[in-house]
Ligand binder design. Structure first.
Ligand SMILES: *[C@@H]1O[C@H](CO)[C@@H](O)[C@H](O)[C@H]1NC(C)=O
Ligand SMILES: *[C@@H]1O[C@H](CO)[C@@H](O)[C@H](O)[C@H]1NC(C)=O
Ligand SMILES: *[C@@H]1O[C@H](CO)[C@@H](O)[C@H](O)[C@H]1NC(C)=O
Ligand SMILES: *[C@@H]1O[C@H](CO)[C@@H](O)[C@H](O)[C@H]1NC(C)=O
Ligand SMILES: *[C@@H]1O[C@H](CO)[C@@H](O)[C@H](O)[C@H]1NC(C)=O
Length: 867
């Protein structure tokens, strides 16, 4: 079962929420609940519409790409050197990080013909697969980068000398360090000269591995077992220096983030689960048990859900770790979607590093139990785990017990961790729910910057990249999400595959995609033309400088910060009063009677309502007025009464106030033909030419205001003027067509009813026939139905019976028995306990996601209490 449908989604939820419903009604009820849920989700939760939308050409972006080079997806920022290294297909670049369009170095790294031929021989495509995709780009030391590429499905690593920008040709086997397949998920991280990777270890990509390779030791890796890794999609890995100033002599840890197929939940098909896993930096593997394998590998479920709605985001796409001076203050940000992509929701959840630590150091283990014959199930381990605690790093206490490395760990501990890598306690998000939910968007990447605004408060500004090449910039103000803007970073609608943030000095974002690299500033303050705009943007980077009369970036400005205007609540009342557009400055528009005219009004805020006034009267209803998409006003067939002063006002609600501004003013005059004498003719002055720039009359409205998000998310209409509809439905329709309609409906209903009864009759007949209640009449009836006097041949009867038997079986005894494709032919004993049970109530004791327990603190096993 690889296709997911809303029904699957509901079945997944069903364990928690649905009462037992007779099977025949199940599908319908489920669908209804699911639809209702979607509506609820879209109106609940911290969702937000971007205030401004910038298209690719609206803003100053710097780009880099070269002809015939693609897949610029591996980025490495070296702020010390002021460069951005880019790994693409068969090329590595060194770019200036202040301007990525300036290339300082370039290295070609192609696959020789012989290797390419081998790859083609193995059935891979010459043009795509059998090339060298650079996937590892890590700093080894001051003069060297460590580089790995897929190298035509034979991963290879090498050292890149920054002096001269060339490879040292020390080709090292890249197995376990880099993926074979360029399309497969992958993550890597260099920590103190050792490379940590999450990838696949074999050509087929079926053997997932979390590994460490170092120059001095052999590869340390995960056990090949579905309880350790079950079809993971690796997303991110990073080190947390928990060993620094640790009172109990703890070790640094490397955290991995991935989505995998769950083993602990019973589900129809593959249920994905986001995970956080960790290993200790000082791990050396075991002596007898777990030789050259991690002795510290543990993983837990990463929860991103809306507990009040039981809605679960179960696929993690990217993680950003916002590091703090002390690791306990570190915050992990992740972007999630639901496994059922058609739901169209993305969420950002944040996790406290302290609670992650708590889960790994004190959480309960899960264990595999055999229920019935072959059916395995994961349940909480309630016994006392061996000591030292399985999966823990070597601490001062262990050293006192003469255990100075993982090699000295007792077999009991090692055997336990080998069989119990999964913790029961989940890692819950801060606030027990998402920070941010966005509709109709698939987020692919995330970066977070912590900034201090002029009010002295700290804000975490969340940058999210989408699968259509857009960037969203959001922050939490007083517990509410505000999306400052959306920017079309990539010209084409393609996914942002990498997103990096530089925060030293000049603040820039770097986005990698298949077609190139884009550099964007983190703020576009200068796009706000007035103080009110600048303040209503509620952008912590921006403030209004009255002296230069400009909206400036506070991090690039030496100006006296006390003299700047900024209010993240959006209280534009703090702005100095601005000069109002004088009537004499209104644009003059001259129109012939009967012609139509289009008055433009550029309002940059998607949150503003626009209203048009004629001589101070709000235009609420008029047959000849039509509000255009971009807030313009179209007047059909102008008459003398339409002449006058037109004003476009924007009303934006912020900080509990309405900020009303005059955006555009027009003076409309009629150009009267000579044969029509008019009293008002005398008032017309010959000042007919528009003021030269011609922008008073705009030919066309081009785009919708919000580039990606239709402003439909619980959002007020932007227009006070209902669009005029020429063909209004009237009450003049004759009765005949509708009467005919009713007649048709009745006959269709009757036909359906008849069909239904007929089917029921057949079913009853077949059932009785099968049960053997009426063997003779059955056959006779059958013959009668077929209009044949011949008795049916015996074989036909047998066929009929067989079919019926099968049918009854499917409807009765074993209604749902999905097959799980494990991908692990070699280890049948790990058989991933996900074999679904035959009914809903079976799983009621193991909820899919125990979101209700969200607020409970972790309970420790008795044996752990002394920890
Ligand atoms: C590389 O880029 C090309 C061109 O955009 C794209 O079609 C292809 O899917 C990319 N390959 C990978 C492995 O990302
Ligand atoms: C993280 O957890 C610690 C300990 O529970 C707490 O002191 C800290 O305030 C939390 N941080 C956040 C951002 O919630
Ligand atoms: C640790 O080893 C030392 C020397 O080998 C020995 O004297 C001591 O008793 C050992 N301590 C423990 C707790 O086993
Ligand atoms: C999100 O991704 C899914 C699956 O790739 C796709 O079906 C859906 O159309 C995307 N939604 C949007 C809004 O791009
Ligand atoms: C702002 O305007 C809206 C719509 O015109 C109105 O419903 C609301 O009451 C106004 N709010 C304030 C604070 O004036």
């Amino acid at each position: 079962m690889n296709q997911y449908s809303p029904l699957d989604a509901m079945a997944f939820k069903g364990n928690l929420t649905l009462p037992k419903i007779p099977e025949s009604n199940m599908a319908l009820s489920v669908l209804g609940v699911f639809l209702g849920l979607l509506l609820e989700v879209s109106t609940h939760g911290p969702s937000s519409v971007p205030r401004s939308s910038w298209k690719h050409d609206d803003v100053d972006l710097l780009e880099f790409w070269e002809p015939d080079v693609f897949n610029y997806t591996t980025l490495l920022l070296s702020e010390e050197r002021g460069v951005l290294y880019v790994g693409a297909r068969e090329a590595v670049y060194e770019l200036n990080m202040s301007n990525v369009s300036v290339k300082s170095n370039r290295l070609h790294w192609k696959v020789p013909e012989r290797e390419k031929a081998m790859c083609i021989l193995k059935g891979k495509s010459k043009e795509t697969d059998c090339r060298n995709y650079i996937r590892v780009l890590q700093v080894l030391d001051e003069d060297t980068l460590y580089v790995c590429g897929t190298y035509a499905f034979q991963p290879l690593c090498d050292y890149l000398s920054l002096q001269g920008f060339s490879l040292q040709d020390r080709g090292e086997d890249g197995r376990g360090k880099c993926s074979f397949d360029p399309a497969q998920s992958f993550t890597s991280m260099m920590v103190d000269g050792e490379l940590y990777s999450g990838t696949a270890y074999n050509f087929l990509g079926s053997e997932p591995i979390i590994s460490r390779s170092s120059p001095s030791q052999s590869l340390l890796r995960t056990e090949y077992s579905t309880s350790w890794l079950n079809e993971p999609s690796f997303v991110f890995a990073d080190v947390i220096r928990e060993g620094q100033d640790s009172p109990d002599g703890d070790d640094d840890k490397i955290y991995y983030f991935f989505t995998e197929v769950s083993v602990e939940y019973e589900f129809f098909g593959k249920l994905l689960i986001p995970r956080i896993a960790r290993v200790c930096k000082g791990d050396l593997g075991g002596q007898r048990t777990l030789q050259k394998k991690w002795t510290s590998f543990l993983k837990a479920k990463l929860v991103c859900s809306m507990p009040e709605l039981n809605f679960v985001f179960n696929v993690v796409h990217d993680v950003f770790i916002l590091k703090a001076a002390h690791w306990r203050d570190t915050i992990i940000y992740g972007v999630f979607t639901s496994q059922w992509g058609n739901v169209g929701l993305s969420a950002v959840c944040a996790y406290n590093m302290s609670s992650v630590h708590e889960v790994f150091s004190k959480g309960k283990f899960m264990q595999k139990a055999t229920v019935e014959q072959s059916h395995t199930k994961w349940v909480r381990f309630n016994g006392i785990p061996p000591s030292p605690r399985p999966g823990a790093c070597i601490s001062r206490l262990n050293r006192r017990q003469n255990i100075s490395s993982s090699l000295q760990l007792p077999d009991k501990t090692l055997q336990f961790v080998k069989d119990h890598p999964l913790l029961e306690d989940p890692v819950l998000p801060i606030g027990n729910g998402p920070r941010l939910i966005t509709k109709d968007v698939n987020y692919t990447q995330i970066a977070v910057e912590r900034v201090q605004a002029l009010d002295g408060n700290i804000y975490d500004v969340i940058f999210t990249g989408t699968d259509k090449g857009f960037l969203h910039k959001s922050l939490l103000v007083d517990g509410e999400v505000h999306t400052v803007e959306e920017i079309q970073l990539l010209k084409n609608a393609e996914p942002i595959k990498t997103l990096l943030l530089s925060s030293r000095g000049s603040r820039f974002l770097y986005a990698g995609s298949d077609s190139g690299v884009v550099q964007s500033p983190t703020a576009f303050c200068e796009k706000n033309p007035s103080c009110v705009d600048c303040v209503l943007a509620r952008d912590p980077y921006c403030a209004w400088d009255p002296r230069s009369a400009a909206c400036v970036n506070i991090f690039q400005q030496d100006a006296d910060r006390r003299k700047l205007f900024q209010s993240l609540k959006g209280d534009a009342g703090i702005c100095p009063p601005a000069a109002r557009l004088a009537v004499s400055e209104y644009r003059q528009v001259l129109v012939k009677p009967g012609a139509s005219v289009d008055l433009s009004c550029l309002v940059r805020s998607n949150l503003a309502q626009v209203l048009w006034k004629l001589d101070g009267r709000v235009l609420t209803e008029a047959s000849r007025f039509l509000l255009l998409e971009e807030n313009g006003l179209l007047i059909y067939s102008v008459t003398p009464e339409d002449a006058g002063r037109y004003e476009c006002w924007s009303v934006e609600s912020s900080a509990g106030k309405n900020f009303t501004r005059l955006v555009m003013g027009y003076t409309l005059r009629l150009e009267l033909p000579e044969n029509v004498p008019s009293v008002s003719a005398s008032t017309i002055t010959p000042e007919e030419g528009n003021d030269g720039d011609g922008s008073g009359l705009t030919p066309a409205h081009t785009d919708a205001p919000s580039l990606t998000t239709p402003p439909s998310v619980a959002f007020k209409p932007r227009s006070y003027i209902p669009p005029e509809v020429s063909n209004v439905p009237t009450r003049t329709e004759t009765l005949e067509p509708s009467a005919k309609q009713i007649q048709d409906d009745i006959s269709v209903a009757l036909l359906l009813l008849f069909l239904l009864f007929f089917l029921l009759f057949l079913a009853a007949l077949a059932y009785n026939c099968y049960k053997g209640y009426l063997p003779e009449p059955c056959l006779r009836l059958r013959a009668a139905l077929l209009g044949s006097e011949k008795t049916p041949p015996q074989s036909e009867y047998a066929e009929c019976e067989a079919g019926l038997t099968e049918k009854t079986d499917r409807n009765g005894a074993h209604p749902l028995r999905p097959l799980r494709d494990t991908g692990y032919e070699t280890e049948p004993e790990t058989g991933n306990g996900g074999v679904p049970s035959s009914s809903f109530e079976d799983t009621s004791d193991s909820p899919m996601f125990d979101v209700q327990s969200a607020s409970q603190s972790i309970e420790y096993a008795d044996g752990d209490a002394t920890d």
